[in-house]
Design a protein around this ligand. Structure first.
Ligand SMILES: *[C@@H]1O[C@H](CO)[C@@H](O)[C@H](O)[C@H]1NC(C)=O
Ligand SMILES: *[C@@H]1O[C@H](CO)[C@@H](O)[C@H](O)[C@H]1NC(C)=O
Ligand SMILES: *[C@@H]1O[C@H](CO)[C@@H](O)[C@H](O)[C@H]1NC(C)=O
Length: 252
C-alpha cells in the first residue's frame, strides 16, 4: 500500500517559477555515483529529443497523455510521479462513477494469476495483473499492468502510468526485475538514457505541455541543468536500498 504523498515534483517547481523543464534522473550519487556521473555527462551532451508526447491538461487537475495498449486501443492515462504502477480500466470494473469511459477487455491480454490493490492519497484501485504492451511517445514496453476491477474516487482518466521508483510499487514489485519482468514502465523500456522530463504549461494560455523520455527538449528551457540529490530512501523488495518517492530538499 502506498500514499500519493508527493504529487508531482515538477508541478511544485512549475507553480513557483512558471513553466520550466525539470529533467528527472533515476538514481542517486550516494549509491551509484559512478553510474550517475556517467549519465550526467551523457545527458549534458544529449539535446535531441526523439521520444515525446503532448500532455493533456485535464481541468488543471492532472496531466494525462494518450497511450496505446497491445490490444490496439487508445487510453487517456494520468502520468503520476508519486506512484509506480501502471493500470488501465478493465472491462470488469465496478465501483463508483470512476468506472466509466474507455476500458480494456480482459480476454485481449495474458492474465498472470496475480491481483493488486493500490491506495493513493485520494482514491484506490484493485484488479487483476496482466502482461501487456504499453506504447507512449513512440516507445513500447511489455510488462505487468493492472486492469481495474474496483475503482474508488479515481477520476479524469482511463488509468494511470506510474513514474515513481518500483521500490514503492505494488504491481511493479511482483516479480523480480532480475528474472526479466517487473519494474515500472520506464524500467521495462531499458533506455540508453533512463530519463524523463516534463514541460508543464497551462492549456488556457494556448501553450501545450510535453513529456519526453530518453532525453529532454532543450528548446523548452535556457541555462544549465541543476542536479539535486533525492532524500527519500527505502528498502526495495530485493532487500536493497533504493530511492522511494521523488523527494528533494527545496531549500538546498
Ligand atoms: C488523444 O486521443 C484522442 C482520441 O483519439 C484524440 O482526440 C486527441 O486529439 C488525442 N490527444 C493528443 C494530445 O494526442
Ligand atoms: C500472450 O501469450 C501468447 C501465447 O503464449 C504470446 O504469444 C503473447 O506474446 C503474449 N502476450 C504478451 C503481451 O506477453
Ligand atoms: C553553464 O555551465 C557552463 C560550464 O560550466 C558555464 O560556462 C556557463 O556560464 C553556465 N551558464 C549559465 C547560464 O549558468
Amino acid at each position: 500500500m502506498q500514499l500519493k504523498v508527493l504529487i508531482t515534483v515538477a508541478a511544485i517547481v512549475s507553480s513557483v517559477f512558471g513553466a520550466v523543464t525539470v529533467p528527472i534522473q533515476k538514481g542517486n550519487s550516494g549509491l551509484a555515483g559512478c553510474r550517475i556521473d556517467k549519465i550526467r555527462e551523457k545527458i549534458g551532451k544529449f539535446n535531441a529529443v526523439t521520444n515525446s508526447a503532448p500532455l493533456l491538461d485535464i481541468q488543471d487537475e492532472l496531466y494525462a497523455t494518450n497511450v496505446t495498449l497491445s490490444d490496439g486501443n487508445l487510453f487517456r492515462i494520468d502520468l503520476d510521479t508519486g506512484s509506480s504502477d501502471t493500470w488501465i480500466r478493465g472491462s470488469n470494473c465496478y465501483g463508483d462513477k470512476s468506472c466509466s469511459g474507455s476500458f480494456a477487455v480482459y480476454s485481449d491480454f495474458n492474465f498472470t494469476g496475480l491481483y493488486y490493490l493500490v491506495e493513493y492519497g485520494s482514491g484506490a484501485v484493485a484488479g487483476a495483473v496482466f502482461k501487456a504492451g504499453v506504447t507512449l511517445a513512440g516507445l513500447t514496453a511489455n510488462f505487468l499492468i493492472g486492469l481495474s476491477e474496483i475503482e474508488i474516487d479515481i477520476g479524469g482518466s482511463d488509468g494511470l502510468l506510474g513514474l515513481g521508483f518500483s521500490s514503492i510499487g505494488v504491481i511493479s514489485s511482483f516479480i523480480s526485475p532480475l528474472k526479466g519482468i517487473g519494474g515500472n514502465w520506464v524500467d521495462a523500456l531499458n533506455l540508453n538514457n533512463p530519463v524523463f522530463a516534463f514541460y508543464l504549461s497551462n492549456a488556457n494560455d494556448g501553450d501545450n505541455g510535453e513529456v519526453t523520455f530518453d532525453g529532454y527538449d532543450s528548446s523548452k528551457f535556457t541555462g544549465n541543468i541543476t542536479w539535486i540529490p533525492l532524500i527519500n530512501y527505502v528498502t526495495d523488495y530485493l532487500g536493497n536500498p533504493s530511492p522511494g518517492y521523488w523527494i528533494f530538499d527545496f531549500s538546498g
